[in-house]
Ligand binder design. Structure first.
Ligand SMILES: [Zn+2]
Ligand SMILES: [Zn+2]
Length: 182
């Protein structure tokens, strides 16, 4: 599934929930990016990047591995969450994590629409259930999820069917990497 382009989503959320304030002359005040394959611990983050004494820039990074297979509402909810952080930092100019400003804005956004729901925690169960490896039986084509490669595992069904229930080399499973790494 292709990744949702973030810019139109950003503009839409900015208009609907931030009074257009997160843009300067029509351009987002933050850089928007999809992460590479390694960002798995969080669905997204906002951060300020100090470039030199005078210039600061900031970015919102969304996790490709966590969000790419989820519906658009998960992307919107995560992007909106990070936009609240950006709004607190860039517009309110307050140092705050998930504090009172965050909660009041989150509640207002959740109350105003039903398309998505912003939460404080990005809790997506997906990365835990996603296997790292697929063990594939070449004979019958069955695929089994594995978190790590295990040597010498054969397809039980094929061993039963072709070798009287005894382990046989010809039924060994081969491993395919399931997660795309960047
Ligand atoms: Zn947050
Ligand atoms: Zn098999």
């Amino acid at each position: 599934m292709p990744l949702f382009p973030l810019l139109p989503l950003f503009h839409c959320l900015n208009r609907e929930h931030f009074g257009g304030k997160l843009c300067l002359e029509g351009k987002p005040m933050v850089t928007l990016k999809w992460s590479d394959g390694r960002l798995r611990r969080t669905a997204g983050f906002y951060r300020r990047i100090r470039q030199d004494f005078l210039t600061d820039s900031s970015e919102i990074v969304l996790s490709r591995p966590l969000l790419e297979n989820l519906p658009k509402s998960a992307v919107e909810s995560t992007l909106c969450h990070e936009m609240i952080h950006a709004w607190i930092d860039l517009i309110l100019r307050v140092h705050e994590g998930h504090g009172p400003n965050f909660y009041s804005r989150m509640k207002a956004i959740n109350a105003s629409q039903n398309r998505f729901k912003v939460s404080v925690r990005h809790s997506y169960p997906l990365p835990i259930s996603l296997p790292k490896w697929w063990a594939v039986c070449i004979k019958c084509g069955q695929r089994f999820p594995y978190s790590r490669k295990v040597r010498g595992v054969a397809c039980r069904q094929c061993c039963n069917e072709f070798h009287g229930g005894k382990w046989h080399e010809s039924c060994l499973l081969t491993y395919e990497l399931a997660l795309k790494e960047a």
